[in-house]
Ligand binder design. Sequence first.
Ligand code: CUA
Length: 363
Amino acid sequence: MISIFTNILLATATPVDNGNFWLPRAASTTAGGVDLTFNVITWICYFFFALIVGLMVVFCIKYRRKSPDMVCAGPTHNTALELTWTIIPLLLVVVIFTVGMRGYLNLREAPEGCYEVQVTGQKWSWTFDHPEYGATQVAELTVPVGKPVRLLMTSNDVLHSVWIPDFRVKMDVIPGRYTSLWFEATAVGEYALNCTEYCGKDHSKMLATVHVIPADEFAATMTKLANEYEDMSVGQLPAYAINRLYNRCASCHSLDGSLSTGPTFKGLWDRVKSGQVKFTNGESLSGLIGDATEYGEPENYIRESLLNPQKHIVQGYLGSMPSFQGQLKEKQITAIIEMFKHLRDVTDANGNITVNPDGTPTE
Ligand code: CUA
């Protein structure tokens, strides 16, 4: 109990840079306004809690009924007192409104010349497009420190919501329209980005990491990211795909064989190659691959599953996969197929990724 109270005291006494009992660390230029509003309201609450409970105890003792035949005249009104308890709260809400409105306007008014990122929410992953560099990130967002960044956001399916607690920003992501938010990160580091609108079964896995990097490294990092796979040989693609593309599959497709919203990727290539896949319409993949069949090569079936996932739905699954048409470049599709073929080289038996994007082993 005592430790809770010390935490409360420390929380409001120290600057909020490293987070405290109430709030996570503050790492954006607008966080101060949000925290100020929060702290003002919290301190008003502390003050009136102490005042009201204190007076209540004092009055209980002082004005308690001392004998059975003690009769009270009953309270009448007191103009001075009533004016006081009307005017003071009125002033307080004016203060709260002013402090809160200033913080809110700072949050809503993006400054001129923001670096723009287009964000797409889709069950259950985040895609971040950097139009300036032609780079796309999934479940990872790299931004420069000390530069205002504007996220222009939309959804491919249902309502989602972007929330970066350390930046104190949050905005709904809505299908069929655009919403935006902006922030300017004040410290290099990694920050959590969550989906904060319940969007279905794997809502809780719809996470991303915001990497805030030094501004002078930003252009080089994004240029490298944009062209990374283009210079790779086919042999290098599985390591690239498991690190850069699998993020988008991870909430539904496991690497360790466990059941999820979609079939596990473990052993997927063997199942496809041998045609041992049954579909909900009773068909079997073995009838669709091989000479003079619909797909010919098994690789075409995987390609079709990425671009037109509703065409065949594997038995036991609901077919909730979205299409990746237009979202993957040809070489990225090849990279995913190569990843399936060489999954054992890039993951261990427990489904952990064992290589870096450049193919070097992870620690
Ligand atoms: Cu997306 Cu919750």
